[in-house]
Design a binder for this molecule. Structure first.
Ligand code: FES
Ligand code: FES
Length: 174
């Protein structure tokens, strides 16, 4: 390929887990590929690459998004949260803690998408019913589990969030 045929690239700036990041990407670069290959944020995984499995889910301005369906240039200026950004230092995110307690963890491909998806669901609905918990994970595909422990993890994550809120309120009142 000659220099004249080289693909045009565009500079983008994103906030990834609160850190400003820049990359130079072709217009067709997927956000998932930008995160993994340009920014070396390899916690986000791709499964189907067709928007079906949910493995690549990240939060874009707080909303769950299949990063294999979004061009990186479309994310210009957005706040991206990947699985690496869920924990608060050494403190696991409630969803991560719940997956640990309830044995909800599956493989490294599907689990990051479950964690990011559920964190967003609980932001919208902090007290899901079991049926709502089932619905919450219905867009994340894994043929290796019966989902029982994952559904239990959703409910436990909601509990942990409430427990932590109660402790914070209690401490603030002292
Ligand atoms: S890899 Fe994006 S939805 Fe499957
Ligand atoms: S796809 Fe990850 S364990 Fe089934």
């Amino acid at each position: 390929m000659t220099d004249q045929q080289a693909e045009q690239t565009f500079p983008i700036t994103l906030s990834v887990n609160g850190v400003p990041r820049t990359a130079e990407v072709p217009a067709r670069r997927l956000l998932s590929d930008c995160l993994r290959h340009d920014l070396r944020m390899t916690g986000t995984h791709v499964g189907c690459e067709h928007g079906v499995c949910g493995a690549c889910t990240v939060l874009v301005d707080g909303a769950p998004m299949r990063s294999c369906l979004m061009f990186a240039v479309s994310a210009q200026g957005s706040e991206i949260t990947t699985v690496e950004g869920l924990a608060d230092g050494e403190t696991l995110h409630p969803v991560q803690q719940a997956f640990k307690e309830c044995h909800g963890l599956q493989c490294g491909f599907c689990t990051p998408g479950f964690l990011t998806t559920i964190s967003a669901v609980l932001d919208d609905n902090p007290e899901p019913t079991r049926e709502e918990a089932v619905e919450a994970v219905s867009g994340n595909l894994c043929r290796c589990t019966g989902y029982q422990n994952i559904v239990a993890s959703v409910l436990r994550a909601a509990e942990i969030t409430r427990e932590r809120s109660a402790v914070a309120i209690d401490e603030a009142g002292r």
